[in-house]
Design a protein around this ligand. Structure first.
Ligand code: MG
Ligand code: MG
Length: 643
């Protein structure tokens, strides 16, 4: 199918937008009037540039408030329309979008609207041009696609059809099934946009929060199926107004947009091949398929980038949590720390700023790593070059939008597993903080960690939606809860994605406002949460070991008592050990948080009891404040000030 994108989706001047769209592989654009008006290029020059880039201009838009008006207003509107038709001919564009009237003077009369649309379509037809009529979600009277179609039917002119826009239809909760009743030749254009479900007026919702298919909450696959079943075989065109996309890198946004269409086509092909409706698709509808890689079954390891300053403190914390340094990489300065099924790699090779620690990579166990890589590449992910020794495992990695490397691995202990590249640490490697190199002598009472439970990775402001789509369609995770947390300096949005069996859990977070020059915000820390069979036991062991513990305010426990009436004995232990708690239904959650390691990372031990499936979002402000508190207490108090 042809793939198109509206110029309004992208940042920059017109040439930057066109270049970005072409680079991402789009066949066509919808040209926005404003992008033309603000351009120093005349329509012919714009057409030439689009031609050079191999881009068609499939639609010119918007033409507003034409129909259902008094005769003298309509006369003026026809003059405007003729001017638009002139521009279209100079652009070589055959189709214009007319939005149903939003003006206060629009008359609630379908016959009048049809008569005036017929008149304008006749003028367009004389020039070989066509008009498509779109019901906006906030049009004065015609805000339902079933009504815009009725008017087009009434107008009955071959140069007049409808434009269907998923946002206008789904935001109002209109059933898209009746699209199938519209004859294919009357659906002139299809615009696709997703959006998060928000309780707000449709105009602001549309103008600020539209996003690419798969980034929001609408069922774009179901919607588009109705349009294809109707027989539509024109372009799939993205029309997304989004505050962040308008200011982010246009090439990156265009690639993200293309990825969303490839994933949508694959979902459509999957859905239509699953039942007999598939046969009803038009003969020209060719949907692109993406290699099916299968769901990841777990997280094989998480890799932390450390350096000479931060390596030892990180090892000390891992050791205090019961981790053991079990192996070293055969050729790289990478050490493996393990406990239960949780594996942490410390990579001393990674150049981080002094003393910092960060998640630089993680590995997903997938049934067929090569297929996972092929899927990622088909969906426009960047493959990362990898240096490896002759006999070492060929781990394939792709870059997530924030630059984190994602490996696809098999943990099998056979020759192709990543573990084969790790050997027992040389005896006598007694680097400070190396804990207990001998597995057998580890303190068994302190070892309650069973696996990696989840990663929480704060994302750059501009690429949060891109990351959500990446993890959803490239990696195959399903979006779960989304919530907003009050951090110390501003609100943070968090979005959880998991596999169906929860073998992989990932939380992405982002500040709700981008940082300006005077902002006090710095990135929220990353965290690695380990599943633990006995958090209270682990907390006691940690206390005995004399390791640093994060102090939790007493007020938190008083509030916990008030809210959840936690059993007094348990409450006393939580308070004594600095363990956080949550409960939903019968499920309970115990959470032990370490102090920050290196400034931007901490670890958690979490225990899920009776099917608890959340992340204790309510505890996050306490945790954030506790981490900030430590930082503040480290600052010397001004002389004479009192605590
Ligand atoms: Mg639209
Ligand atoms: Mg967490």
């Amino acid at each position: 199918m042809r793939r198109a994108i509206a110029t309004v989706c992208l940042s920059g001047v017109l040439n930057e937008k066109l270049t970005a769209a072409a680079t991402a592989g789009f066949d066509a654009v919808e040209l926005f009037e404003n992008d033309l008006i603000t351009s120093f290029w005349g329509p012919e020059r714009i057409r030439e540039r689009a031609d050079d880039l191999g881009l068609a201009i499939d639609l010119y838009q918007p033409f507003r408030d034409l129909e259902a008006v008094a005769p003298e207003v309509f006369t003026r509107n026809l003059r405007r329309a003729e001017h638009t038709f002139d521009i279209m001919q100079r652009l070589g564009t055959g189709l214009v979008l007319m939005c149903a009237n939003v003006g206060a003077d629009a008359i609630d009369d379908d016959d009048l609207a049809a008569e005036q649309l017929h008149a304008v379509a006749a003028r367009a037809g004389e020039r070989g041009l066509r008009v498509c009529y779109e019901a906006l979600a906030w049009s004065r009277h015609v805000n339902d696609y079933r009504r815009s179609w009725r008017i087009v039917e009434l107008a009955d002119h071959p140069s007049l059809g409808v434009c269907l826009d998923s946002f206008h239809i789904l935001s109002r909760g209109h059933d898209p099934a009746a699209i199938e009743d519209i004859p294919a030749e009357k659906v002139f254009f299809l615009q696709l946009a997703d959006a998060p479900v928000l309780a707000m007026d449709v105009l602001s919702w549309s103008r600020h929060y539209r996003c690419f298919p798969g980034q929001g909450d609408f069922d774009l696959t179901g919607f588009t199926r109705h349009v294809l079943t109707a027989g539509y075989d024109g372009p799939l065109s993205l029309e997304v107004f989004n505050d962040v996309f308008r200011r982010s890198d246009a090439r990156r946004t265009a690639r993200d947009a293309m990825r969303s269409l490839l994933a949508l086509e694959d979902a459509l092909a999957e859905a239509t091949s699953a039942d007999s409706d598939g046969a009803r698709l038009g003969p020209d509808v060719q949907l692109s398929r993406t290699p099916a890689a299968g769901e990841p079954s777990g997280m094989a390891f998480v890799e932390l980038a450390v350096n000479d300053l931060s390596g030892a403190p990180t090892e000390a914390v891992l050791s205090s949590l019961g981790f053991v340094h079990t192996r070293d990489h055969v050729s790289k300065p990478v050490s493996l720390w393990q406990q239960g099924d949780a594996s942490v790699l410390l990579n001393r090779n990674a150049s981080r700023s002094a003393g910092d620690v960060a998640v630089s990579a993680f590995a997903l166990e997938t049934p067929d790593p090569e297929l996972s890589r092929a899927r990622a590449e088909h969906l426009l992910s960047e493959r990362l070059p990898r240096e490896k020794g002759p006999d070492e495992a060929d781990l394939t990695a792709v870059a997530a939008p924030d630059g984190t490397s994602i490996f696809f691995a098999r943990t099998a202990s056979g020759t192709d597993g990543w573990l084969a590249d790790f050997i027992a640490p040389a005896t006598g490697t007694n680097t400070p903080g190396h804990g207990t190199p001998d597995v057998g002598s580890a303190r068994p009472s302190a070892r309650h960690v069973t696996a990696i439970d989840h990663l929480d990775l704060p994302q750059p402001f501009d690429s949060f939606d891109e990351a959500a789509l990446f993890y959803r369609c490239v990696i195959g995770l399903q979006p779960q809860q989304s919530f907003e947390l009050p951090a110390t300096y501003g609100l943070v949005r968090s979005r959880v994605l998991t596999t169906a069996d929860r073998g992989v859990r990932l939380a992405l977070s982002v500040a709700l406002l981008g940082t300006g020059g005077s902002s006090r915000t710095e990135p929220e820390p990353q965290h690695v949460a380990f599943a633990c069979s006995d958090v209270l036991g682990a907390a006691r062991a940690l206390t005995r070991s004399g390791a640093h513990r994060l102090e939790i305010p007493d007020n938190y426990y008083d509030d916990l008592d008030a809210r959840l009436a936690v059993d007094p004995q348990l409450l006393a232990q939580l308070r004594e050990l600095g363990v956080l708690y949550d409960r939903t239904g019968t499920g309970e959650y115990l959470q032990l948080v370490t102090p920050l390691v290196g400034g931007h990372l901490f670890f958690e031990l979490v225990q899920r009891i009776d099917g608890y499936d959340a992340y204790a979002a309510g505890n996050a402000p306490v945790r954030i404040s506790a981490h900030r508190g430590v930082t503040m207490r480290r600052q010397p108090r001004p002389p004479g000030s009192r605590r």
